[in-house]
Design a protein around this ligand. Sequence first.
Ligand code: MG
Length: 331
Amino acid sequence: MGIELAVRPYQRRFVKPLHTAHGLWTWREGLLIRLRDSLGRVGYGEIAPIPWFGSETLEDALTFCNAQSKDWQVETVPDALPATQFGVGCALAELVEENSAGYEPAMPADSFANADICGLLPAGEAALDIASQRLAQGHRTLKWKIGVHAIADEIGRLERLMENLPNHVQLRLDANGGLSISQAEQWLTACDRINAEPQTAAIEHLEQPLPPNQLAAMQEMGRRYQTAIALDESVATLTQLEDCWAKGWRGVFVVKPAIAGSPQRLQAFCQTHRPRLVFSSAFETPVGRRAALSLATRCAPTSAPALGFGTQGWFADNWDTLPPAELWDRL
Ligand SMILES: [Mg+2]
């Protein structure tokens, strides 16, 4: 049975360009795909690459899609194209599920309350003001970028921030791999001290303190400090996640499903190993977001950590309100 693959590129402008390790990010570019079989069943998927985070480029993905003939047999998408694997895997699952008995639509993205989603704080002093806004919006987990200003100033701000947070709140610190070993040790010492006080809010984890090539040093810190360490940049793809697991990492993994690879393989890995996962956004459209959140609910245990999907309202468009077919028609 042949399957037709159609592809439509998109571009979305961030309301405010994002600061990334790779410079300013102004436009989010990606592809929507639509699979259609000979019975007329359709499934939508999204390919949302982040090449500077370890996925293929948009051009690689587009070249692959355009090379598939009309009578495509859904060959395996190569591991070198993880965002494409995700988009095709999700579209195929939707196509197969569409007419089958007992099909339940994927959970809509807006069915998650802010209580389940991690709210983002800006780097620096502004975090202290924004934190109260995020709590008023219902978030119970917050994330703060660190490693941007002088470490003594940042740790001072952390202490003031923690004094002001209610004690049911959890804070994630994200260093984006930018700390030295001695700086990471200072942060973990401060986190352990704060977490030892039962009256204050807790630091849930320190995310990617060191660059990806320093896994052994992070494992060693994981043994010496109580505060959890999470890998993010180290595990952009499922192949990298499997590799870190094989090397013995049993801390937290941050997973961006949209660039991790095959959703079916990620789900199988979770069922086999039960890793500690935090699911996170890759700034997808609602097509990829819905598929990623649905995968998160299938992979995660019931008391899963908050989802890193606090990204709605970041784009200068109304796409987040559109069903997949409508968004497809607009492109
Ligand atoms: Mg991170």
